[in-house]
Design a protein around this ligand. Structure first.
Ligand code: NAD
Ligand code: MG
Length: 401
């Protein structure tokens, strides 16, 4: 690990996504402190090409061989010395590069688990945006963090807010720290005020038009169903070792109170700021110091009003499904996550309607018994594959009805 004053070598997994772009925007402000060692994307050749020309990383990775060959040829023609690799094994290699200090885990979905876990096992400083990895593999993931002494810093704005609101010596022990509970705030998404009947006909474009945050399509749909908050409850459970019954979700449409910690003496400590992911990214990159994120300070008088309300369980059943998965344990969170990924993609592809997303997930959870705790990456991936297959069957059944 390089010392504080030295340059930190950074690997950005998922550099062309919403979090990846915000990460590079912060790095651009602090070029003397962070050197981009590797950038990765799935399909976006043009965008990754432009990033390589700007940041001149040692490595770049794309999903497929043909795209990687195209990128390599274009970079060579431009005189850029980046080595281009492809495929899931290359992502794992990037996550473990001996010269890497910090890994930003910003791939969306289950595809991000193997490289993120590899970064943990390689004892890196891991900036975790990829919440699905922790939801799927909670116990395996956190055991690896402990065993390999990795530093895990949350990027998800709520979890980053909680991290900032916990005492410095927290060490995963709520009782000792006087922590009695966590409040996760939720914007409520684009359909916060929609009647249940009106959710039948909503389109992917409506679901992806988030009122306060600008994000990738999968997490945007998750915000619209509120599964995003459900995944975040599970994420908070693993990150902070707080039981599900002490993690509450509260609707907060302004999205400026990013989450709160409740203490035994009645105090609620919160972190506030603009709804802009550059703030948690800069916080985690600089941790334990602070640095500019390029984000304007919050104008409290312009915000004027902060509202809080209970979530509506009837219109947003995904939240209860996530609590159920956490209570069931075993493979249930991995099943929930995989079924959700498949159902969200089917909705984005126009194969199912919006209210069918929670129905598909519930159907898959009903069919697949949770069993005992998962103990290895292979077991997690097997549970993921089984749930994906069951979700596909449920979707075919849905379209046949
Ligand atoms: P995105 O869709 O904008 O970007 C995803 C990135 O992952 C892209 O670079 C894409 O090329 C890459 N990718 C996708 N599938 C891949 C695969 N199979 N193999 C390799 N690379 C792949 O997503 P995002 O909004 O940036 O979200 C990324 C992660 O961060 C998600 O887990 C999300 O839940 C989490 N997150 C995002 C936000 C946000 O504001 N966008 C906030 C909190 C948490
Ligand atoms: Mg969040």
């Amino acid at each position: 690990m390089n010392g504080d004053a030295q340059v930190q070598n950074l690997v950005v997994l998922g550099s062309t996504g919403s979090i990846g772009l915000s990460t590079l925007a912060v790095v651009r402000l602090h070029a003397q402190r962070y050197r981009i060692l590797a950038l990765t994307a799935n399909h976006q050749v043009d965008q990754l090409y432009a990033q390589c020309i700007e940041f001149r990383p040692r490595y770049a990775v794309l999903g497929e061989r043909a795209r990687a060959a195209e990128l390599a040829a274009r970079l060579a023609a431009a005189g850029c010395p980046t080595t281009v690799e492809h495929g899931p094994q290359a992502l794992i290699r990037m996550a473990c590069l001996p010269e890497a200090d910090t890994v930003m885990a910003a791939i969306v979905g289950a595809a991000g688990l193997p490289p993120t876990l590899a970064a943990v096992v390689a004892s890196k400083k891991v900036l975790l945006a990829n919440k699905e990895a922790l939801v799927m593999a909670g116990s395996v993931f956190m055991r690896a963090v402990r065993e390999h002494g990795a530093t895990l810093l949350p990027i998800d704005s709520e979890h980053n807010a909680i991290f900032q609101s916990l005492p410095d010596n927290y060490a995963g022990n709520p009782q000792q720290s006087g922590v009695v509970g966590l409040f996760l705030t939720a914007s409520g998404g684009p359909f916060r005020e929609f009647a249940e009947a009106d959710l039948e006909g909503v389109t992917p474009e409506q679901a992806c038009a988030h009122p306060t945050w600008n994000m990738g399509r999968k997490i945007s749909v998750d915000s619209a169903t509120m599964m995003n908050k459900g995944l975040e409850v599970i994420e908070a459970h693993w990150l902070f070792n707080v039981p599900a019954e002490r993690i509450r979700v509260v609707i907060h449409p302004q999205s400026v109170v990013h989450s709160l910690v409740q203490y035994a003496d009645g105090s609620l400590i919160a972190q506030l700021g603009q709804p802009d992911m550059r703030t948690p990214i800069a916080h985690a990159l600089a941790y334990p110091r602070r640095m500019a994120a390029g984000v304007e300070p919050l104008d409290l008088c312009a915000v004027a009003t902060l509202e809080f309300a209970q979530p509506d369980a009837a219109r947003f059943p995904c939240l209860a499904l996530a609590y159920r998965a956490l209570a069931e344990g075993g493979s249930s969170p991995a099943t929930l996550n995989a079924a959700n990924e498949v159902a969200v993609q089917a909705f984005l592809d126009g194969r199912i309607r919006f209210p069918e997303i929670p129905r598909v997930i519930a159907d898959v959870m009903d069919r697949l018994p949770p069993g005992g705790a998962l103990t290895s990456l292979d077991e997690v991936l097997a549970a993921d594959a089984q749930a994906r297959a069951a979700a596909e069957r449920a979707i075919v059944g849905t379209s046949a009805r």
